[in-house]
Design a protein. Structure first.
Length: 746
């Protein structure tokens, strides 16, 4: 048996004597007098004060300036939510914000302490203090284990986590339930503020005051009889924001099960952390039993209001989680009080989740010694560029070095679902630093349309937009950030049009379909329905899916002599891309060279959309006579390119009582978006694959692509088969339920 996937001799041995050491002269300089650092950019000034007093003075001068330690919150707001801060203050060098002190009442950590430092401090306390004093610390450690990854915990700060008041914070509900105290300071003095419902309710107000700084956080010791629970539910156990998170603490009267004090905080159910204060107050004095549990669940459902617009959606699921979390607290406390029956059917709820990493080992048989090296059969062949990709040495489009004068292209997309473009004003965009120019539909020397079965679709909109995210124009600049700033300043005036069709149901009501519709039929369906023992009708919806390939759409166009053009990109169809660029530039296709080193992940997402983006980039390069690079950010990529087609299946199935399906009439509606793309092909393959592995003697199936005001959905691995199979297995399961038979017997 051979376990080796590579030869160790191919790599240099590790030499510990060659490890880099931190330069001693820098260590000595760290103890010298520090000075305030100031960096001034085109739009932002960045301050790094050297002392606590300098920090307080800066907050007086710039009260609206955020304090940035790890940049895991402010950075996201600025990059993805359009928030702009002209002044940023970095307090990372302030010693007072990193201090850790221990008193008789608890541990106080500096607000700039990283979450890793918090984790280390709590682990140290748990290892040497009595368990009854560290209930809160253990709950926080449980949350820290699944909060982001090591890199996030190494950079994100404790204070930033609190001040952001994020509704999905894993720590805030637990710290609030545990009675933590915030220590604030300003030029006018210091004060202490409890981390409670009043603090979270002040989101968006001047609390804390703009000139105040969060200096430290006091984490109190737990008291005898305290029970603290931290719990979260997320789509993944780690590296995922919680759907709902909760922190709960209950205290009992001494030597009883009578509730003395109760704190319940939830995250993910509102705009910030929410306290179930009325529920907690009304349960004080109750015995910890099933009667109390039933009353608590009713009170929580009445107090925690969840409307459909709650951040993250899933309102009904979140309502269920709020009482499920309290139920888990109820069971854990019963177990701590030795009152939990070992035969209780719900005892699994208090068992610890096994997060042991799975291990994988592939084994291979050794090939015969006389097998030629050129013969791959039986050998563990590594992907040709696998090692380069694993080490980061593989070259993708955006890894290519820029040439002199290379420009960066940023696309401007529609913000309306269905509207007429009244006017476009580029004056403010062109006035931005570094902006070189713009590209519009008027710059296409050839055609601006891509021909589809239902007609021609413009690559850059000019008179009308059909969806949010439709491409309108592009801004060229010397750097990606300058291009982004310029694109944000393009002023487009719209006139809304009706109707706006977003869902399959709305498309059906408006008779908004792409042509042609497809249909397959075999046998006599109507007669078979007449003779069937039972007939059942229903419908099922399957949502779409995002490709989420590793490399976003990336194109680099380099103009050459005599109208030639070199285009570097990841695409599944370089021939289509070449033809599209040829048509837009009105030059022969043989002058366009498309280079595809590696696709960078695609799954169908780089079949047609890559060609459109490449054509726009090529037009920009031809216009400016410079190399142009277009690399979509993930959010823009997901907005523009579409994904798997959502599908609605409406079915009528006839069957015998012994489970034999004798007749089926099913209609499939997929959401094609605003243009046809591959929607008809997806419809055709849905119909061809809808019977799966079953033989249905009398069958009629129809397929329709719906025209809506969404970005066009496109090719996606499976091409309609997953949607068809899902619908088929749905009605098969319902036939099994109706006949009382196992699904495999139907």
């Amino acid at each position: 048996v051979c376990n080796g996937l590579f030869k160790e001799d191919d790599f240099l041995p590790l030499d510990p004597t060659q490890e880099l050491i931190f330069p001693p002269e820098l260590i000595l300089k760290d103890n010298e007098n520090k000075m305030e650092l100031v960096f001034r950019g085109e739009r932002i000034i960045w301050f790094s004060p050297a002392s606590f007093q300098e920090l307080l003075q800066l907050k007086v001068q710039y009260p609206k300036a955020p304090l940035v330690v790890g940049n895991t919150a402010v950075g996201l707001d600025m990059k993805f939510r359009g928030v702009f801060h002209p002044i940023i203050i970095s307090p990372t060098r302030i010693v007072e914000l990193h201090l850790v002190t221990e008193t008789d009442t608890g541990i106080t950590l500096g607000a700039a302490s990283s979450l890793t430092a918090l984790q280390d401090t709590l682990n140290n306390a748990v290892s040497r203090l009595p368990e009854e004093k560290t209930k809160l610390y253990r709950a926080l450690l449980q949350q820290l284990q699944t909060l982001g990854g090591a890199q996030i915990r190494n950079t994100a700060s404790l204070g930033g986590n609190i001040i952001s008041r994020s509704p999905t914070s894993d720590l805030n509900p637990v710290m609030a339930a545990g009675g933590c105290i915030l220590n604030l300071a300003s030029k006018d003095g210091t004060r202490q503020v409890p981390l409670d419902e009043s603090f979270f309710a002040a989101t968006g107000t001047s609390f804390p005051k703009p000139e105040e700084v969060l200096v430290s956080v006091h984490l109190p010791y737990s008291k005898k009889g305290d029970h603290v629970l931290a719990i979260r539910q997320a789509q993944r156990h780690e590296n995922a924001l919680p759907i709902v998170v909760a922190g709960m603490k209950v205290q009992f009267e001494e030597n009883t099960d009578v509730i003395k004090n109760l704190c319940i905080f939830y995250g993910g159910v509102g705009a910030t952390t929410v306290c179930a204060k009325e529920t907690s107050q009304r349960l004080v004095g109750k015995h910890w039993n099933e009667d109390m549990l039933g009353e608590a669940c009713k009170l929580i459902l009445d107090e925690i209001h969840l409307n459909p617009s709650v951040p993250g959606g899933m309102a009904e699921y979140k309502r269920t989680l709020t009482i499920s979390f309290f139920f888990k607290l109820y069971l854990e406390v019963l177990q701590a009080l030795n009152q939990l029956d070992p035969n209780n059917p719900d005892i699994s709820a208090v068992k610890k989740f096994d997060s042991t990493s799975s291990k994988h080992l592939q084994t291979y048989q050794n090939v015969p010694k006389d097998q030629p090296d050129r013969d791959p059969v039986g050998r563990p062949i590594v992907h040709r560029s696998g090692i380069k990709q694993a080490t980061g040495e593989a070259i993708y489009t955006d890894d290519m070095p820029a040439v002199d004068g290379e420009l960066y292209l940023r696309l401007v997309t529609s913000t309306r679902a269905h509207a007429k473009i009244v006017s476009m004003d580029f004056s403010e965009a062109l006035a931005q630093p570094g902006v070189f120019g713009v590209v519009t539909a008027d710059d296409f020397l050839g055609t601006n349309e891509m021909t589809l079965e239902d007609g021609e679709v413009p690559m850059l909109a000019s008179g009308k937009v059909l969806c949010v995210g439709q491409l309108i124009c592009a801004v060229l600049a010397n750097t990606p950030d300058q291009a982004k700033n310029g694109a944000a300043k393009v002023n487009i005036v719209y006139e809304n049009l009706e109707p706006v069709i977003l869902t399959i149901e709305e498309a059906i009501n408006h008779n908004s379909f792409f042509k042609p519709q497809r249909q397959l039929e075999v046998g006599n369906v109507e007669e078979a329905f007449q003779t069937a023992d039972q007939v059942h009708e229903g419908e099922v919806f399957i949502a779409g899916q995002e490709h989420f390939y590793m490399e976003t759409q990336s194109i680099r166009a380099v103009p050459k002599e005599d109208g030639e053009m070199d285009v570097y990109l990841g695409t599944q169809d370089p021939t289509h891309t070449q033809g599209l660029i040829s048509a837009t530039l009105n030059i022969p296709a043989h002058k366009i060279a498309c280079h595809v080193k590696r696709v960078g992940g695609a799954f169908g997402g780089k079949a047609s959309k890559a060609g459109i983006l490449a054509a726009i980039t090529a037009v920009a390069a031809h216009k400016t006579k410079r190399a142009v690079r277009c690399v979509l950010e993930r959010g823009d990529d997901m907005l523009i390119t579409g994904g798997r087609h959502p599908n609605l299946g409406k079915y009528k199935v006839g069957f015998m009582n012994d489970g034999r399906v004798t007749a089926l009439d099913v209609s499939y509606f997929n959401n094609g978006g605003s243009t046809l793309d591959y929607s008809i092909l997806v419809v055709e393959l849905t119909l061809l694959g809808m019977d799966s592995g079953y033989k249905i003697p009398n069958l009629r199936c129809k397929g329709t692509a719906c025209k809506t005001n969404l970005p066009s959905n496109t090719a996606f691995r499976g091409f309609g088969y997953p949607q068809a199979g899902f619908v088929t297995e749905t009605w098969m399961s319902e036939v099994a339920i109706k006949t009382g038979l196992p699904p495999e017997k139907v």
